[in-house]
Design a binder for this molecule. Structure first.
Ligand code: 1CP
Length: 347
C-alpha cells in the first residue's frame, strides 16, 4: 500500500487497470538472457543456471541489465518456473546446451514425497531478489513477479524435461486423472502461495506462464489449465486484491475468449498466432491484452520488423494494451533489433 501513489504512475499498472495510453508500455518475455553479452558474463560467475536464480546479487544484476540497456517499462524477476518443483523436493538441474532436466515423477509414492514443508525456505533467495529489485529499479519501472502455471510446470515434472508431444504427461492425465489431479492441486497451492510471497516482497504485477496450454482438447484445457489458473488468481487476489495478474495461456486459439472472461486475470498474454482484429474485437473489451510480435521477426529485423510492429500498434493500441512478444526472445536476437523495436513503439 505504501507504494501505491508512486506505482499509479507506472505505465504497466495503468494499462492493466484498463487505461488506454497514448503510448503502450513495453517489456519483453525473456528480456534478460543469452542474447545479451552482459548476461553471459554474469552467468559465467555462477555455478550453473539454477545457482544464478538463487544468488540475489547475480539475479538482481541480470534483471537490471535489460532495463539499463533499453529502459523497458517493466522488469521481470530473473528466475525460472522450475524453482517450484525444486522447492517441493524434486531433483532439477540444467544441462549445458540441452536445457532443464528433472527426475520424472513415476508413481503415487513420488507425488507423496513432494512437500510444502521447506518450500518458502528454499525460495527465500528469490524473495530477497524481489525486495532488492524493488529498491534498485528506476521509479518508473514496474516489477513483475512470475510463476509457471500448474499444467506447464507439471509437464516438466512428469516428462523429466522439455517435450515435443507431452505424451507422458498427457497419458497420466487421461489414464490416471485422480493422480494427475493431485499434482495439479499441489501446484495450485504452492504457486498461489509463491506468488503471494512475491507480492509481499515487492512485486507489483504477477504473470502466470502457461506456455504449453495449447496441446489440450476443449474439456481438458478447461480442467487442467483454465480452472487451476483461475483458482490461483482467486487465491492471490483474496490476499492482495490490488495486484494485477497477467495470464499467458500460449496457443489456446479460440479458447482465449474463455480465459479473458473467466480467469479473473487483468491481462491476457497473446501468442503470435492470435489474429489482431479478433483480439481487438473479442478480447480487448474484457481484459488488457499483451503481445504478440513474433520473436523471429525481432531476429529478422528490417522491414519485416517495422511492418509487424505497425500492424500490432494499429490494431491494439486503441484499447488497453501492453506491447510484448508472442513468446520469449530467442538467443540469436541481435540486441540492435531490440533498440529498433523500442524506437518503433515509443515513436
Ligand atoms: O543461461 C541459460 O542457458 C538459461 C536460459 C534460461 C533463462 C535465461 C532458462 C532456462 N530460463 C531463463 C529465465 C527465465 N525463464 C525467465 C526470467 C527472465 C526473463 O524473462 O527475462 C522466465 C520468466 C522464465 C520462464 C520459463 N522457463 C518458462 C515460461 C516462459 C516460456 O519461455 O515459455 C519456461 C517454459 C521455462 C523452462 C525453461 N527454462 C530454461 C529453458 C531453456 C526453458 C524452456 C525449455 C523448453 O523449451 O522446454
Amino acid at each position: 500500500m505504501a507504494y501505491s501513489v508512486k506505482s499509479d504512475k507506472k505505465l504497466l499498472l495503468r494499462a492493466l487497470q484498463g487505461e488506454i495510453l497514448p503510448q503502450p508500455p513495453i517489456w519483453l518475455m525473456r528480456q534478460a538472457g543469452r542474447y545479451l553479452p552482459e548476461y553471459m558474463k554474469t552467468r559465467a560467475q555462477a555455478n550453473g543456471f539454477l545457482d544464478l536464480c538463487y544468488a540475489p546479487d547475480l539475479a538482481v544484476e541480470v534483471t537490471l541489465q535489460p532495463i539499463r540497456r533499453y529502459g523497458f517499462d517493466a522488469s521481470i524477476l530473473f528466475s525460472d518456473i522450475l524453482v517450484v518443483p525444486h522447492a517441493l523436493g524434486q531433483k532439477v538441474w540444467f544441462e549445458e546446451g540441452v536445457g532443464p532436466k528433472l527426475e520424472p515423477l513415476k508413481s503415487a509414492d513420488d507425488i507423496d514425497r513432494l512437500a510444502l514443508e521447506h518450500f518458502h525456505d528454499h525460495l527465500a533467495p528469490v524473495y530477497e531478489t524481489v525486495g532488492r529489485l524493488r529498491e534498485e529499479l528506476p521509479a518508473e519501472t514496474a516489477l513483475i513477479g512470475f510463476a509457471g502455471a500448474p499444467w506447464t510446470v507439471a509437464s516438466y515434472m512428469l516428462e523429466g524435461g522439455s517435450s515435443k508431444d507431452f505424451a507422458a504427461a498427457k497419458t497420466w492425465a487421461y489414464a490416471k486423472p485422480e493422480l494427475f489431479a493431485r499434482v495439479i492441486d499441489l501446484l495450485v497451492e504452492a504457486t498461489a502461495s509463491y506468488l503471494i510471497r512475491q507480492a509481499e516482497a515487492g512485486a507489483e504485477v504477477l504473470q502466470i506462464f502457461d506456455s504449453w496450454a495449447g496441446v489440450w482438447p476443449e474439456e481438458d484445457l478447461r480442467r487442467w489449465c483454465l480452472e487451476p489458473c483461475k483458482k490461483i488468481i482467486a487465491k492471490v487476489n483474496a490476499a492482495h486484491p490490488d495486484i494485477p495478474i497477467i495470464l499467458f495461456p500460449r496457443g489456446v486459439g479460440l479458447a482465449y475468449r474463455n480465459f479473458a472472461v473467466e480467469s479473473g486475470a487483468k491481462g491476457l498474454g497473446l501468442d503470435t498466432t492470435v489474429p489482431l482484429k479478433w483480439a481487438r474485437d473479442e478480447l480487448q473489451s474484457k481484459v488488457t491484452v499483451q503481445g504478440n510480435l513474433d520473436p523471429i521477426m525481432l531476429v529478422a529485423g528490417g522491414d519485416v520488423l517495422d511492418r509487424g510492429v505497425a500492424q500490432i500498434l494499429e490494431n491494439l493500441s486503441n484499447g488497453p494494451f501492453v506491447f510484448n512478444l508472442g513468446h520469449g526472445i530467442v538467443p540469436q536476437t541481435p540486441p540492435k533489433h531490440v533498440e529498433r523495436l523500442m524506437r518503433l513503439v515509443r515513436g
